[in-house]
Design a protein around this ligand. Sequence first.
Ligand code: M5T
Length: 675
Amino acid sequence: MRMRAVWRLWSPGRGSRSVGDSARRRINASCPRAAYLGLLAGMALKPVLGKLGSKRVVLASASPRRQEILCSVGLRFEVVPSWFKETLEKSSFATPYKYAIETAKQKALEVANRMHVKHLRTPDIVIGADTIVTVDEHILEKPIDKQDAYRMLSRLSGKEHSVFTGVAIVHCNSKDNRLETEVTDFYEETKVKFADLSEELLWEYIHSGEPMDKAGGYGIQALGGMLVEYVHGDFLNVVGFPLNHFCKKLVELYYPPPKHTIHHIKHDSIPSVETFENLSDEENDSSSPLQYKGAIKLDRSKTHSSGGVCSPGSSNIIKPNCMMPVENQNGVMENPDKFPSKILELLDGFRASKALFVASKLKVFDLLKNKGVLQAVDVANTINSSVCGTERLLDACAALGLLEKTLQGYSNSDSANIYLASDSEDSLHGYIIHSDDHLWPLFTHLESAVKEGTMQNYRAFGKKSENLFQDSYYQSMEVKQRFMAAMHSIAKLTAKDVATAFDLSQFRSACDLGGCTGALANELVQKYPNLKVTVFDLPEVIANVSHFQPVRQHTAPVTFTSGDFFKDNFPEADLYILSRILHDWTDEKIHMLLSKISAACKPGNALLVAEIVLNKEKIYPPRAVLQSLSMTEGKQRSASEYKQLLEKYGFTSVQIKITGNFLDTILGFRKLSSH
Ligand SMILES: Cc1cn([C@@H]2O[C@H](COP(=O)(O)OP(=O)(O)OP(=O)(O)O)[C@@H](O)[C@H]2O)c(=O)[nH]c1=O
C-alpha cells in the first residue's frame, strides 16, 4: 500500500476533507457497527441535551477531535484545556484503563478547581478524557518526536492493539465558596488491527506530521485510517471520545431507572438569569447615588462566554464552524464569530415562548404537579388534545428544561412546580397567560407598530385604546382578572427586592399608588411590621382584590382605597410608592401624577419608584428595551433620567438601587421647600 497515490485527496490545504467528514465517511463505509453506534448515540444524547442545555458544561480537553465529536451532537460547551501533566506512574495501575480513567479524572478536576479558584463562574459539569493505545502490555501515548512515533508505529505494525479512552464527568457545586465535586467515570475499549507497514510507508506517514498529537502515533480518522485492517468496537472511541458510552452514562445519570440507587443530581432546569447592569461612567462614579445589591458586577463577556459553544440541534457529524476556539486570558477557549448561536437562539425564541404559553394554558404543569409522572397519552386525554401533538409539546418542554422526561413519562422540573403551576405561591401563570393573550397578538403587529409608531390594539383586538387600563385591561371581567393575575405574579416575584432595596423602617405609613392586588404592600407589612400600607387603585381593581390576599397573614392587613390617581385625592402617607407605573404614561400624565405626589408629600417624607432602570445608552437590560416595543405612550428611563425626574418634582437625595432582579428601585426625599 502506498500513500502518495492518494495523498492529494487527504493533504490539508488541498481541498482535504475535514476530520469529521472523513470520520463520517469511514463510519458509514467501512465500519457499519460504528455508524450505528454513532447514530444511536446522537439519538440518546438528544433528550439529555435538555438537561445539559441549562448547565455550564466545560470540556477539559485541547483535543480538536473531542470538541468536534461533542459539538456534532449539539452539546453546548466551553473548552478549557487541562493543565494537568500526564505523568501518573503507569506501573501503579492494575490495568491500562484505570490509568486512562485516572488521568481523565485529574484533567477534569484540574480545570474544575482552576475555574472555581479564578472566580470564573464555577462550571456545572466538567468533562475530561484520556486516550491511550496498548500493545504488548505497553501503554503508548502521544509520541514526543518522530523517532518515538516510529517506535510506536512499528510496534503496532501487523498486530491488533487496544485503544482505551477513559472519561470523567465531574459535577461541580460551589458551597460556601468551596468546590464540591462528584465524579462519574468510565472507559471504552476498541480493538484495532494494523496492516503490515513497510519502512517507507511508515516514514512517509510520520513525515506527514499526523502522528505527533495522537495517542499511539496515528489518527484513524485521517491518513492513519489507511493503516487499519479492522476496527472492533466504537470507532469514535479511537478518535478520542466514546460518544455512545458517554450518552449512556448521561442517560444513567439523568434518567435513572426506578428503585435504582444511582445518586440524583440536584439541578435547576430553567437557566438562571443574571443581569449585570452596565451603568454609565457618569452614573457610576463615586458620587453616584447608585447602589448595587450584593455588589456583583461582572464582565458579561466572561459569564456569558460563547467560547466553543455550539448550538444544539445541529445534525452534521462534524461542524467545522464549531471549531477553532481561541484561548483567552483565563484559559477559556472562545469562538466568538464562528457560529451564530445567539442569532439562532433569537430566531427560535418565539417557538420557545409559544410552547411555554400553550403548555401553561393547557394546564400541563398543573396536571403534572398533581399527578407526578404521566405518559404523553394520559396528559393528552386529560387536556383533551391529540396524543401526537401533546407528545411534541411535552418533548419541547423537556428540551427547554421545563419538564423532565424519563421512561416512566413526563414530570415537572423543580422550576415548573414553583413558577409554572398556577396554584403555586410564586406562580408566573398569570403573567404567562397575559403574555399569550395580550402581548403575543400585539407583537404579531410589531411591523405596523414600528411603521406607525403606535400601539396596535386596534389591529390585535379590534378596538382603539385611549386609556390603556380602562380601554384595554379593564374592559371586561375576564380580561381584567387576567391582567390582575399577571400583575400579581410579577409583583410577587419582585416584591421582596423592592421592599428591601432600601431600609424603609423610618416610615410609619405608605401608599402604593396603582398597587393593584397588594402584593408589594403585603411584602412591605411583613418586612416592616410598624408600617401601615394603603393600596390606592381604580375601583374596578379594588373590587377584585380579595382572592389575591394571603391566606395566613401574621401582620396588620393592608388597606385598599379606590380612586383614580390622576384625578382623586389619595391618602396621606410618609412614603408614596409607584411600582411599574411611570413607564406606562406620557410625560403629561406623569407631570399630573408627580405634581400631586409632590404636593401630598410632606418634607422629609419620600417617594419610592420601582422600574427597570436602563443603562446610559438605553439598550440594557433587554427586557426593558423589548417592553418598549409594545408602543405604550410611556417610556423606559435611565438612572440619570429618573434622578432628574424626581428632582424636578421636589425630591432630593435621590438614590437608585439596581437589584439585579426584575425591578430596580429609586428613592427620593421631599425637599424642605417646595420647588
Ligand atoms: C488513536 C487516536 C488518537 N487520536 C487523538 O490522540 C489524542 C490522545 O491524547 P490525549 O492525551 O487523550 O488528549 P490530548 O489531545 O492531549 O488532549 P487533552 O484532552 O487536552 O489531554 C487525542 O487528541 C485523540 O483525539 C486521534 O485523533 N486519532 C486516533 O486514531
